[in-house]
Design a protein around this ligand. Structure first.
Ligand code: ATP
Ligand code: MG
Length: 254
C-alpha cells in the first residue's frame, strides 16, 4: 500500500514544488514507485519534471471532475516516476466542484485504484487553504510542510496546524504530520537559527534532520524541465534531496 503525502504550506514560494519534484525523483532513484500529483493550477511541478503544461489532453482537472480516469491522465516522465499533470484549467475546478457532491473527497476517491501501484504518492499543493488543498489533505496519510526559517513562518504554521485539526475531525481522521522541512536555508542567519530552535521546541522530532540549503542549481533545474539529479547531481541541492528521500524511507521503513 502506498503512503500518500501532501506537500503543503499556504505560504507561497517556500519550496513546496521544488521539494515535491526532487523528492519524487530522489525516491525513484532509490527504486521506489512514485506518483507525483500537481494540484496547483500554476503547473510548476508539471513543467519541473519535463511535461509541457500547455499541451495536456487530460489533466488533474478532468480527474477531479470525473471526466477522466487516472490511467488517462497519468504521464510517465523520463525521471523514473509518473505524474498527474495540471495547468491553469485546474483553477476552474474550484468553482465547478462546489456544485458536486463529496467535493472535498474527489481526489481521495480518484486515487483508490492507484494505491497498490505505488510506494509513494506525493501531492504538490497550491499556496492557499482552498478546496484544491482540502482535496489534497483529505486524500493524504500525512503532510510534509516545507518552510523557510523566517519571522512569520511560525505564525503561518499555526494556521496550518488548525486547518489540519479541522480536516482530521471532518474528513480524514488518519492524517498526520510526516515532517517539517527547512528549506532555502541559510546557516549564517541568526534569525533562522532562532526559528529552528522554536521549531524543535514545538514539533520535536517531526522536524526532518535533513535541511535544504539555498542552492542556485535547485532554482535553475526547473527551467530545463529536470529534477536536480538530471541537472547537477553533485550539487548541494541534489545531495540534500537525496538525503531527504533516504530519511523518509527510514521513517516509513519502506
Ligand atoms: P508556490 O507557493 O508559488 O507554489 P512553492 O512553495 O512551490 O511556491 P517553489 O516554487 O518550490 O515554491 O520555490 C519558489 C522559488 O524559489 C522558485 O523560483 C524555486 O526555484 C526557488 N527555490 C526553491 N527552493 C530553493 C532552494 N533550496 N534554493 C534556491 N532556490 C530555491
Ligand atoms: Mg508550488
Amino acid at each position: 500500500m502506498s503512503r500518500i503525502i501532501a506537500i503543503t504550506n499556504q505560504k507561497g514560494g517556500v519550496g513546496k514544488t521544488t521539494s515535491a519534484v526532487n523528492l519524487a525523483a530522489g525516491l525513484a532513484l532509490l527504486e521506489r514507485r512514485v506518483l507525483l500529483i500537481d494540484l496547483d493550477p500554476q503547473g510548476n511541478a508539471t513543467m519541473g519534471c519535463g511535461v509541457d503544461k500547455h499541451a495536456l489532453g487530460r489533466s488533474v482537472y478532468h480527474l477531479l471532475l470525473g471526466h477522466a480516469e487516472l490511467a488517462d491522465v497519468k504521464v510517465s516522465t523520463e525521471h523514473g516516476f509518473d505524474v498527474l499533470p495540471a495547468n491553469r484549467e485546474l483553477g476552474g475546478a474550484e468553482v465547478e466542484l462546489i456544485e458536486l457532491g463529496r467535493r472535498e473527497l474527489r481526489l481521495r476517491e480518484a486515487l483508490v485504484p492507484a494505491r497498490a501501484d505505488y510506494d509513494f504518492i506525493l501531492i504538490d499543493c497550491p499556496p492557499a487553504l482552498n478546496l484544491l488543498t482540502v482535496n489534497g489533505l483529505a486524500a493524504a496519510d500525512g503532510v510534509i510542510i516545507p518552510m523557510q526559517c523566517e519571522y512569520y513562518a511560525l505564525e503561518g504554521l499555526t494556521d496550518l496546524v488548525n486547518t489540519l485539526r479541522k480536516v482530521r475531525l471532518a474528513l480524514n481522521p488518519r492524517i498526520e504530520i510526516d515532517g517539517l522541512l527547512r528549506t532555502l536555508y541559510d546557516p549564517r542567519s541568526t534569525l533562522a537559527q532562532q526559528v529552528v530552535a522554536q521549531l524543535a521546541q514545538h514539533f520535536g522530532d517531526k522536524v526532518f534532520n535533513t535541511v535544504i540549503p539555498r542552492n542556485i542549481r535547485l532554482a535553475e533545474a526547473p527551467s530545463y524541465g529536470r529534477p536536480i539529479f538530471a541537472y547537477d547531481k553533485s550539487s548541494r541541492g541534489a545531495l540534500a534531496y537525496q538525503e531527504l528521500a533516504a530519511e523518509l524511507l527510514q521513517r516509513f521503513g519502506k
